[in-house]
Unconditional design. Structure first.
Length: 259
């Protein structure tokens, strides 16, 4: 999961008292620890605050004794500086002109979408162009962000194509899953990624003529008019929602007239 504004995200969760299903318990603990850091006196105090908050959410399969050491280790990491104690609060992730030129020189949309996404993820991670992944699942997440659906073998082939083209590099270890992208912020900002979802579709909608994103679900559509803003499914759902609202108003009006 990539969050541009972790503070807004955790504050929304705390106000709703509901943990999103796609938020892992480990990341949830880290966000809580960072959020409460300034209110705690030491790691032990912070650990207690995190545990108390977790219990109010009653997350599935959570047992305090199983997570005690993990929670304390994260809290201690915030205090000793081994873990960044600051919540991310970025308005956007920029893609610069020189990076965009490199992407647009690639031969097909699939490569362009993946490279655009890799550039965004590398800048988000802020590790000198490295995309640090720990498992094939993390790599699959990058492809999901790029809106490129492929099997594991096909993903490797596409990454190899970018490697042969000289636009990405890999770590020296044979089993290394890390990817490096040549970031270049020497020019002007060409695009601002303000939502870290459907990044591949954002590229197509922003830079391929005749395409745009559905305002509701992010799917790519080919507009047939100036007011064409939704895909067929979302347009239908919007229409049904409007009909339900109209019917509700009519029923309320009828009740008032009868009374």
């Amino acid at each position: 999961m990539y969050l541009l504004n972790e503070r807004n995200y955790i504050e929304t969760i705390l106000s709703s008292v509901r943990k999103p299903d796609n938020l892992s318990i480990n990341y949830f603990i880290t966000l809580l620890a960072k959020y409460y850091y300034s209110s705690a006196s030491d790691a032990e105090h912070l650990s207690g605050m995190v545990k108390e908050t977790l219990l109010t959410f009653q997350p599935d399969h959570y047992q305090e004794y199983q997570y005690h050491k993990k929670i304390l280790r994260i809290c201690e990491g915030l205090y000793d500086g081994s873990i960044d104690r600051h919540l991310k609060e970025r308005p956007y992730v920029p893609i610069y002109e020189n990076e965009l030129h490199l992407i647009q020189a690639l031969p097909n949309d699939r490569q362009k979408k993946l490279m655009f996404t890799c550039t965004a993820v590398a800048r988000y991670m802020d590790c000198d162009g490295w995309i640090n992944t720990k498992s094939s699942r993390d790599i699959a997440e990058v492809f999901r962000l790029a809106n490129v659906t492929l099997s594991s073998g096909q993903r490797n082939l596409l990454l190899h194509e970018l490697y042969i083209a000289g636009v990405i590099s890999f770590g020296k270890r044979i089993d290394n899953l890390n990817i490096r992208v040549p970031l270049d912020d020497s020019g002007a900002i060409a695009y601002k990624i303000e939502t870290f979802t459907d990044i591949g579709n954002q590229y197509i909608a922003g830079f391929k003529e005749g395409y745009k994103q559905c305002k509701c679900c992010g799917k790519i559509i080919r507009p047939t008019g100036t007011n064409h803003q939704y895909c067929k499914r979302c347009a239908r759902e919007k229409q049904l929602a409007c009909q339900r609202t109209s019917m509700k108003k009519l029923r309320e009006t009828g009740k008032r007239e009868v009374s």
